[in-house]
Design a protein. Sequence first.
Lengths: 227, 459
Amino acid sequence: MKILIVEDEAKTGNYLRQGLREAGFTVELTNNGEDGLHLALQGDHHLLILDVMLPGMNGWQVLQNLRRQGKEMPVLFLTARDQVEDRIKGLELGADDYLVKPFSFAELLARVRTILRRGRSGTEATTLQVADLGLDLLRRRVTRGGKRIDLTAKEFGLLELLMRRKGEVLPRSLIASQVWDMNFDSDTNVIEVAVRRLRAKIDDGFESKLIQTVRGMGYVLEESAGA
Amino acid sequence: MLRRFSLTTRLTVIYTLVSALVLLGMAWIIAMTVSRHFEELDGDTLLDKIHLIQGIVAKATSPIDLRERLEDSLQNHPGLYVQIDDQAGASLFASSAFRFPDWLVRPPAGLSLQAVTTWRDGEQEYRALSALVPRHDPLGGDLRVWAALDTHHHADFIRSLQTTLWTYLALAAMLSGLLGWWVARTGLAPLRAMKTRAQAVTAHKLDERMPAEAVPIEMADLAESLNDMLARLQKDFQRLSEFSSDLAHELRTPISNLMTQTQVALSQPRNADTYRDILASNAEEFQRLARMVSDMLLLAKAEHGLLLPSAEDISLAAEAQALFDFYEALADEKGVSLNLTGEGYVKGDRLMLRRAISNLLSNALRYTPMQGQVRVEIGTTGALVSLSVENTGAEISPELLPRLFDRFFRADKSRSHPDSDGAGLGLSITRAIVQAHGGVAAVSSFDGKTRFTLSFPAR
């Protein structure tokens, strides 16, 4: 997957490039709007990450030009300003998502993956399997090593999210938003508690622990437990 | 159009118009009275003359005698003209050099000529009266007598009176206009004083006030309103500067922690796990800072009235239930029971309202002891929809209650709550959101319970 980043702040740009590369993406970085537009028109990027405030041509203008010339790749805006009008303007111009600085990298990564996944939804699996953990979406049933595990509705939702996005570190805010539809940061450790309780049901008594905490980032469900 | 003119001009014009109108009325009444008086006077004179003629007619022995007698007697009455006709309409006598108008001598049928009639002939003005006089000479029958007076001296008098009145009217109106202008200027002097005072108000001198006691009562209201406005501005301004200093202060501690931690870590080589730990701890701290900054921004926006909630129909019970689902794990952990009763609908922004209620719930959960209770009650009373969140637990002392909604205020600074990393902005945000919805946030604490109530205008 190829991503083009247009960001004039050198440090931010470099870290984003590094982070996304390490997450397995091919990344190109440029620091001004004209070059960004040129690269985007020439290349075959799957996603464009655009800063709004850019020297020369700003993010909106880049997006407008792109759309005018028939480029339909998804665009994620980064901005330091959080004005409702800005948000609306971005969405009207055809942006796919909008992140306000300061954002956490885990959040950005999760959003990037969400956007890229959107295009290729394909057939929705009705069962999910990670190692010996199985989740049956139709029968709302979870088993591990053949043993049935009872989960509450929200625990089921949380596990489904973790399993669908196995191997991805999911920040707390994303979990709150996807599972509970809470689109703001709670000042409590409620996600931590919820994950801990889910973990107690899924992992307790099993040799390999599937749900991992990545400190400072979030949670991930993956097979090959690092610890 | 009228707005273009100054108050002084308007008052002056109004004064002038009103006094002119009053004076005009007066002048009209005077002129009418005088001319009516003259008319009566002339009428009496004419009647006298008619009686005189009647006497002459009675004494006259023949038409010739009558003419002579009349001519004699009329010589003593300058300005009196007489015409006498007999029954057949033949003229018996007519003053020389005077002709009664035909409409008077031969009036159209049905027009009675009992009253005094006035008419003009060029410059002259005349009044006439007619009467039937019985004739005593052998011919018998009645004579029709007309007597007319030249009343030009009365007309002259009235004309000169009118001129005087008009002149006086014009002068007096002008004078009262001038007076009005002066009164308006003097009356409006306090306004100019207020203007001078207002010009002295700047961002640094917001304690300047209007002289509300020194201005007339009508303006005292305005002055007081302006003073209230200044007081509000001053308060807001003060809050804003407190806000900035709070912010700087609140940011200083975590930044200092981060800096120390990072520099200590860098001061000597360490193993990878230690670095990872430090970075993770830094990341957590940064997230807290980021959240604080965005919370502060939200509050700043709210204070500038920039929170523009969209208006959907929101079921408060549904929102509370969704939040119960969210906090279920946390409540379970502490053995705290969550209860929801009632239902109410408000118009507002779902995300914001949810956030407002969420802050109350997380606050309640934080301060509820193990096995405690959190109750959410929704109800509608009259035009108000209220949602209250009540939790059992230590009461909050009354003097702290009003400060609970203040930014960065923590009722219990010493005790650290492991399950909280809030910056003390939650309740401020709740209040800001509620106010943006036209509602009110309140808190009470007694009988081992603390209760936050949000009241919204009903849809």
